[in-house]
Design a protein around this ligand. Structure first.
Ligand SMILES: C[S@@+](CC[C@H](N)C(=O)[O-])C[C@H]1O[C@@H](n2cnc3c(N)ncnc32)[C@H](O)[C@@H]1O
Length: 302
């Protein structure tokens, strides 16, 4: 085993010490990971070390997501709705709580490699982002910064802008992009602001990317409308959002793919391509009937 893969082994070991139930799931999940994905995960662990965040801390971050998700799933099964429905109910305890948000975002960054469903979304993004298109790229809610990093690695946009309302996410994205572990990136700006308060020039972005944000907002229709406004006529528009996927800060419930499709067409956007990742072992229809999570990624056009 290389020294690098020893870092990954150490992370898995630490996670399973905290939560032994994760062992079989992670062992089987990692069998489906590509070498390049394992390399990126190892790079992330090394990057965390440069920030004085040891493997034990990353394991705690991962465990936070696992336990939070489980608790919210139980709530969802019992009540048929997400626990919270307004931004104010979650803002202080999530987006503006630096310690919590850091753990949450590191945990989420790791699941992009450790969880098959999140891996599928990330692969789909890397596969669909235009490799040679020029112009300006906008990412709404970069969070940990790994999607933005992927975009900067895989595409040739001239300028990369990120906007996130959480000061922690802004700091984490800036640090990740500036650290050099994943490449030397220069042409980026990260703004700390609510997307809806942003003063964007209409028809100015050749790419608009928004991963796992739509379920975090009270009025997703307004978000899609704003995205259509800022995107150029031939823009690459990429969105992910889950169906029936409770989390502490998910406040808008999509209960079927149809509910997402309607929102998209009401915003006068078209679905050009889509990826639906149902609950393991079930079809999309079965997952929907049983109110189980489905991950959705969409490539949209104006
Ligand atoms: C769950 S994280 C998603 C991180 C990453 N995009 C991904 O796909 O894994 C959601 C991010 O969106 C940000 N966010 C939520 N509402 C927002 C808004 N109205 N404007 C800008 N950012 C927002 C949060 O602060 C957080 O950083």
């Amino acid at each position: 085993m290389s020294k690098d893969m020893a870092l990954l082994e150490a992370l898995i070991e630490q996670i399973t010490i905290i939560n032994p139930l994760q062992l079989r799931f992670l062992e089987s999940s990692l069998e489906g990971a590509l070498d390049a994905e394992l390399d990126d995960l190892v790079a992330y662990i090394s990057y965390a070390k440069t920030q004085c965040l040891p493997v034990d801390y990353l394991a705690e971050c991962y465990d936070l997501i696992v336990k939070d998700t489980l608790r919210e799933q139980l709530y969802f099964q019992r009540h048929g709705r997400y626990r919270y429905s307004t931004f104010d109910e979650v803002a202080k305890s999530v987006y503006f709580d630096d310690e919590y948000m850091r753990k949450y975002m590191h945990g989420l960054a790791i699941t992009a490699y450790l969880w098959p469903n999140h891996r599928e979304l990330h692969r789909y993004f890397a596969r669909t982002i235009p490799a040679t298109q020029r112009g300006k790229y906008l990412e709404i809610g970069p969070g940990h910064g790994m999607y933005m990093m992927t975009a900067m690695r895989e595409s040739k946009y001239d300028q990369f802008d990120g906007i996130d309302l959480s000061p922690t996410s802004v700091a984490m994205t800036r640090t990740l992009l500036g650290n050099g572990v994943f490449g030397s990136f220069q042409n980026y700006r990260i703004f700390e602001q609510d997307f809806l308060d942003g003063d964007f020039v209409p028809d100015s972005y050749a790419a608009v990317v928004m991963g796992e944000v739509l379920e975090h907002v009270e009025e997703p229709a307004i978000f899609l409308d704003r995205i259509r406004q800022v995107a150029t006529s031939d823009a690459y528009i990429f969105i992910t959002t889950p169906i029936n996927a409770p989390a502490i800060d998910h406040i808008y419930l999509f209960d079927s793919f149809h509910s997402i499709e309607s929102l998209v067409s009401d915003a006068e956007l078209r679905i050009v391509d889509k990826l639906l990742v149902p609950y393991p072992g079930l079809s999309v229809e079965e997952s929907t009937e049983q109110s189980l999570p489905i991950n959705v990624a969409l490539v949209l056009a104006k």
